[in-house]
Design a protein around this ligand. Structure first.
Ligand code: ME8
Length: 653
């Protein structure tokens, strides 16, 4: 039986500079998806690479006094080093300067030329070199590039043109008939608008510089860098000569790209493929941007974070976990050191790390570190709940990953981790250990705790592989983690008698002193020694009514977007809201019905207390509290809100 296949790509990045955390974001997602699909039994091809031609690269190399090839060789080596450090396991890395790629690009050019869809003419228009994009005058904004806002240059030269306009209707039809072709939905609308506003034929060659692939029929021209770059997705799967490999992998299942290059991937690329008689990729997903101080991180703005420095400081998995968990896939999200530290401490050190540590410590004490045999027929309510949740989680995670909702999938796994931690408290193994008559029950409890962590380890291994390997090692399971498949996430795989190997805590907590308000100050994290912390405590004098910054930091305030609002029957004062917190949805019940009607609230961005203990109000669960200001007599009330520029999930501090 042939295995199901999954071909996933990242953009090929420009070596105009070193990579930043934004590039790491796309690549970590692609890597996690590739790992997950391998785990679920598919044959996977994961491609990344570098986009090495173009006017910008040629200019930079000249400024540095080296040849373009020397320049790109040096930078591309740093790309590969970074991917190695981030545990990115790609199957191929395509460089556009490789002979195999030159051949693919020239062949596709020749094919389209032979079909009559490429013709020679004079180009007069505007060029944005940082974006390597042509613009007609009417698309410019205040005379600048509508994508990046920077200056454009007037270009006048003889060029080859590609008949984009001819294919506009066919492309629109394809988009409408294939609902998954462009995702998410919001970007699909933008792309349809762009096509409907009229496509100009695309200029696809340049004569004013030579760092590119020559036009095969006219060597005075080099092929336009985007035409060159997009073809990489075919180069790596055998185009043009190896039809067998090509048929095995093409069309790609998923092109993962940042939202700013959706136009190239969902308009130019499919039309190139149509003209060349090849199939179109199944899905192009345009994810949001990683923002820094609420601005897009980009090399030209100089506000980029170096992933190498972050890995040095925090380790690989906190970075991978943060990128995958914190940002709602598809939307923009903020990268903040404070949030990274909080996530690491709460989710990785406290929830996941502590669970393993406390379980293995107890096992050491009560059963010499050996996995006990569970008592059959001794099942209690909490055991059933734990098993049921484990079974539900594996199915939900699979469903969520298929929808590319990685952050939600991780949220589900962490709910299972939370359930397991609660199970420890509910079952109280330390009490069971005191009495000989509850020894069998103790065995069952310990088995369940270890087994759920075996399953958790398998569920997280595609996302934070280094951590999964450490957990697997401490659980002492002798079959390799790499051989495990999704099927092994069913309950009961752990063999009684296994000797666990308790080690150091997998995530020590990060203690920080005075993390500054502005992220751009970029401090170094300091590990505060226990002794100095104690001394600090003694020094503190409490003033009545005054709280410290630590007290305030306990209240987690975040921006939430109201998705739905409705009245509650029999409760005149209350409204029931469904809100989006960026990476999860919650229900909040609030006493604001006198001041707001439900329809006034839709899409409003409000502030909510995220870590308030849930309560039931009039039988409805309320998972948080919203902030509002009211007059002393209670006659007026207004919700505290922010504008649309602040995405849901942003912290208020
Ligand atoms: O566009 N947030 O290369 P590039 C999230 N060579 N993702 C980000 C990001 C941010 N702040 N900054 C960059 C190119 N990225 C072309 C691609 S493909 C045929 C040619 C990621 O080096 C995101 O995936 O400018 C974005 O699309 C890509 O890096 C741009 O990388």
């Amino acid at each position: 039986m042939t295995k199901e296949r999954f071909y996933v790509t990242t953009p090929i990045y420009y070596p105009s500079d070193k990579l930043h955390i934004g590039h790491a974001y796309t690549t970590t997602i692609a890597d996690s998806l590739a790992r997950w699909h391998r785990f679920t039994g598919k044959e996977v091809f994961f491609l990344t690479g570098s986009d090495e031609h173009g006017q910008k690269i040629q200019r930079i190399a000249k400024e540095k006094g080296v040849s373009p090839q020397e320049y790109v060789d040096e930078i591309v080596a740093t790309f590969k080093q970074l991917w190695e450090r981030l545990n990115i396991k790609y199957d191929d890395f395509v460089r556009t300067t490789e002979p195999r790629h030159h051949k693919a690009v020239q062949e596709i050019f020749k094919k389209i030329y032979a079909n009559g869809d490429i013709y020679k003419d004079k180009y007069k228009g505007w060029y944005c070199t940082p974006c390597e994009t042509f613009w007609i005058e009417s698309r410019l904004e205040d005379g600048n590039c509508p994508d990046c806002g920077r200056k454009v240059e007037l270009v006048e030269e003889e060029s080859y043109f590609f008949k984009l306009s001819k294919y506009a209707d066919r492309l629109l039809k394809h988009i409408k008939e294939n609902p998954d072709f462009i995702r998410p939905e919001s970007r699909k609308r933008e792309m349809i608008n762009f096509i409907e506003s009229g496509l100009e034929d695309l200029c696809i060659s340049r004569t004013t510089f030579d760092w590119g692939i020559p036009v095969p029929i006219d060597e005075r021209h080099v092929i336009y860098v985007w035409f060159d770059a997009l073809t990489n997705y075919l180069t790596a799967v055998g185009y043009p000569d190896d039809r067998q490999v090509l048929e095995k992998w093409w069309p790609a299942d998923l092109h993962l790209v940042g939202k700013e290059i959706m136009r190239f991937h969902t308009i130019y690329w499919p039309i190139i493929l149509m003209a060349a008689g090849e199939e179109l990729p199944k899905t192009v997903f345009g994810h949001g941007w990683l923002l820094f101080d609420s601005d897009k991180m980009s090399k030209s703005k100089g506000n980029v974070l170096d992933p190498n420095a972050l890995i040095d400081e925090f380790g690989v998995d906190p970075i991978r976990y943060f990128l995958l968990r914190e940002i709602s896939f598809g939307q923009d999200g903020n990268f903040s050191r404070r949030a990274l530290i909080e996530r690491t401490n709460s989710d990785l050190a406290n929830d996941l790390g502590n669970l393993l540590n406390r379980t293995l410590s107890m096992l050491q004490k009560y059963n010499k570190g050996v996995v006990p045999k569970p008592e059959l027929g001794d099942e209690q309510r909490i055991d059933k709940e734990l098993k049921l949740l484990a079974a539900k989680t594996r199915v939900e995670v699979e469903r969520l990953i298929d929808r590319l909702a990685i952050n939600e999938a991780l949220y589900k796994i962490w709910q299972l981790i939370a359930r397991a931690n609660k199970y420890v408290d509910e079952s109280a193994p330390w009490t069971l250990a005191k009495d000989e008559s509850t020894k069998n029950r103790l065995g069952t409890v310990m088995y369940n705790l270890l087994e759920v962590q075996r399953i958790i380890c398998l569920l997280i291994k595609s996302f934070i592989p280094e951590t999964a390997a450490k957990i697997w090692q401490q659980l002492g399971i002798d079959t390799g983690l790499g051989q495990q498949t999704f099927d092994d996430t069913k309950w009961g795989g752990l063999k009684p008698g296994t000797a666990t190997k308790k080690g150091d805590p997998i995530f020590p907590r990060i203690e920080v002193e005075d993390e500054p308000e502005s992220e751009s100050e970029k401090p170094k994290t300091e590990v505060v020694k226990e002794a100095s912390k104690d001394a600090e405590k003694e020094e503190k004098t409490e003033v009545e009514g005054i709280i410290t910054i630590d007290d305030f930091a306990k209240v987690k305030l975040v921006v939430a977007q109201v998705l739905k609002a409705e009245k509650i029957k029999g409760a005149d004062r209350l409204l029931k809201l469904q809100v989006d917190l960026g990476n999860e949805q919650r229900q909040i019940v609030a006493g604001i019905a006198k001041f707001y009607s439900p329809e006034d609230l839709i899409n409003k961005r409000i502030i909510v207390v995220k870590n308030l203990k849930p309560v039931k109000l009039r039988g409805e669960l309320s998972q948080g509290m919203l902030l509002a200001a009211s007059t002393a007599d209670g006659s007026k009330l207004e919700l505290v809100s922010v504008s649309e520029s602040i995405p849901p999930g942003s912290q208020v501090k």
